[in-house]
Design a protein around this ligand. Structure first.
Ligand code: M6R
Length: 622
């Protein structure tokens, strides 16, 4: 009996080719496991029937179970790795789910909102649902269509027309053992076009070792693949086309390259990621050139308000953007958590530009904010790291960060490149609207170009930060203070520590401390302080006062300050030196030691660095 909905944010892969499908599917799942790791499963399709194996827990549990089985040789298969949204992950609730006769298997990402009604109708017709999932309902519906004589593609089209919600579905049937059929609505799905083999997956990482030739599916489309064919239709069966693109990174970018954790690799990649995000976006004279922006200068000149919407780390990048955008363009800029945005009836119109920041381009809260903004006729500009993902596709314009694949759940290089992208947008608006002189803009451009080297310098000097983490491994709470652009950095430092080390960590605007949070400070409480650059004298002095206040109450101060800041040295129990950079660029260097600190803290506390508990990389449910 179905009692609840159990789907979520998952990694999905399907393969049709000539190779051993099980190996290909497991390889794909390995590279998608960051999307969810509560359970995993596979189905192989042969004319003799379907073979399935699924287990609660990580992919390793599935592989262990498979070692005790004798899977058939098959050249068609599907797989799933899951992050549950409701209820406990169990073997039964794991995907794939089968129809009652075992002729159709399906994996799913998303939520079928009308699941209850569909389940009740099925049960009234005598179907017995074994799991607590909405997915099993789809398996029953698909198989019912197949039993009535439909091919799997037609069955998928018919079933999708009955579904409400957001979903990616991938199915196989033993009646068509060479075919995989997939569908998407508001949930990620890409096709990998190979030579004598084709793939479907939640993202290109699943097949990047086999092909870089990919197709992005549109909303409400079905794709049917065999080893040699790829056919796309809409949900009614009309022929449709996907958008072809080439993946511009390779399998090595999706592997650990000798690092113990993806997170460490991704922290180390930050200088390159920042440099790549800047690449080709300036003329030799230092003017900005954002060719892909797709909004005319007239449209940009007409904007009278900017609202940044994002979640988690991307939200912190947005908070930094407020300082730069308002300073450079004089356009009022609000920053809002995407999950809150549409529910407060925000005041937006055709002269509002909504900037949606999302590494994955799939975060459902952000996607819903984008849709709301577009319904109100606002212009939507996406900042994303994922080519062809849903948020850029549904936006009026896009600026891609070029961080390469970010696999660790904790966001690092995506954050820094999002900040850079926001800076580029702020400067571009200033250029188009004439709120900054050309030489002022090229000055910032030159400063941005020097940031990869500055981040490198930080990376070369973080060993003491690791030692500090080992030293503080048993503290119960860590606080983070910042002012101005250092405030979002403090929030980000705290988020990293919560997410990875499972510790109480909070970030505050330093000026707020005396209004309540200072009561948290006990003798020995570690407090990270992002010291404003000395160039901002009043801010710097105020922060020095704040440090004095917390030291008087016994705090152990860890001060991140630019090299040569003697005042910071005097008030720091531990000083972390940063290369001197302009104030508005300081987050690009100040964040890095905090990432390293959280990563090492997770390691010494024995946690999984790349896959922290309860989390998933890309949260495609609201
Ligand atoms: O893919 P997105 O940038 O939209 O993801 C937003 C957040 O879920 C993400 O930044 C999350 O907060 C990170 N895991 C934090 O490290």
């Amino acid at each position: 009996m179905a009692v609840g909905r159990l789907t979520g944010v998952c990694g999905i892969v399907g393969y049709a080719g000539s190779g051993p499908a099980l190996d290909v599917v497991l390889d794909g799942l390995r590279r998608l496991e960051y999307r969810g790791y509560d359970s995993a499963g596979v189905a192989l399709s042969t004319s003799a029937g379907l073979f399935t194996c699924k287990r609660a827990g990580k992919l390793a549990a599935l592989e262990k179970a498979l070692a005790d089985e004798t899977p058939p040789e098959a050249s068609t298969g599907i797989g799933h790795t899951r992050w549950a949204t409701h209820g406990a992950p169990t073997d039964t609730n794991s995907h794939p789910h089968l129809g009652p006769a075992g002729r159709v298997a399906v994996v799913h990402n998303g939520i079928i909102e009308n699941f209850d009604g569909l389940a009740r109708r099925l049960e009234a017709d005598g179907h017995e649902l074994l799991s607590d999932t909405d997915t099993e309902v789809v398996a029953h519906l698909l198989e019912a269509e197949v039993m009535k004589g439909a091919d799997l593609t037609t069955a998928m089209q018919r079933v999708c027309r009955r579904l409400v919600g957001a979903f990616t579905l991938v199915a196989v049937s033993c009646d068509e053992p060479d075919r995989v059929v997939a569908a998407r609505r508001s949930s990620p799905l890409v096709v990998g076009v190979g030579d004598g083999e084709n793939f479907v997956a939640s993202d290109v990482a699943a097949f990047i070792d086999k092909t870089t030739d990919a197709l992005e599916l549109g909303e409400d489309q079905v794709v049917s693949i065999t080893a040699t064919t790829v056919d796309i239709t809409d949900f009614v069966g009309n022929p449709a086309t996907g958008r072809r693109f080439t993946v511009d990174w390779d399998v090595e970018a999706a592997e650990k390259a000798g690092y113990d954790y993806f997170m460490l690799k991704e922290i180390a990649e930050q200088p390159t990621a920042v440099a790549d995000t800047l690449l080709g976006r300036f003329t030799p004279e230092g003017r900005l050139r954002l060719d892909e922006l797709r909004l005319s200068d007239d449209e940009l000149r007409g904007i009278d308000k900017i609202i940044v919407v994002a979640c988690g780390t991307a939200f912190h990048a947005g908070l930094i953007a407020k300082y730069t955008i308002e300073h450079w363009t004089r356009i009022p800029c609000e920053v809002e958590l995407a999950s809150e945005f549409r529910y407060r009836d925000p005041i937006i119109d055709r002269d509002t530009m909504v900037v949606a920041i999302s590494q994955s381009g799939e975060t459902m809260d952000t996607l819903m904010a984008v849709r709301h903004a577009r319904e109100q006729r606002a212009k939507v500009l996406a900042i994303s790291n994922t080519n062809g993902s849903t948020i850029p596709r549904e936006s009026d314009a896009v600026l891609y960060t070029r961080a390469g694949p970010e696999i660790a759940v904790a966001s690092t290089k995506a954050f820094l490149t999002q900040i850079v992208a926001c800076h580029l947008i702020g400067l571009y608006l200033a250029q188009v609207r004439g709120t900054k002189y050309g030489d002022e803009i090229s000055q910032v451009v030159h400063e941005l170009e020097s940031m990869p080297a500055a981040i490198d310098t930080v990376l070369d000097t973080v060993e003491p930060v690791r030692e500090l983490a080992r030293d503080l491994r048993d503290v119960s709470s860590v606080l983070f203070l910042g002012r101005h652009v250092g405030y979002p950095v403090a929030l980000e430092g705290a988020l990293k520590l919560k997410e990875l080390a499972y510790m109480h960590a909070e970030g505050f605007a330093a000026g707020e401390l005396k209004h309540g949070p200072i009561a948290l400070i006990e003798p020995g409480t570690p407090v990270f302080v992002v010291m404003p650059s000395r160039g901002r004298g009043p801010l710097h002095d105020k922060m020095a006062n704040n440090i004095a206040e917390i030291r008087a109450r016994g705090a152990r101060t860890v001060v991140l300050a630019e090299t040569g800041d003697d005042q910071a040295r005097e008030c720091a129990d531990t000083l972390i030196e940063l290369p001197p950079v302009p104030t508005l660029l300081q987050p690009l260097v100040a964040t890095v030691p905090m990432q390293v600190f959280a990563c090492e803290m997770a390691r010494v506390r024995g946690h999984e660095v790349d896959q922290p508990r309860n989390l998933a990389k890309s949260v495609t449910v609201e």
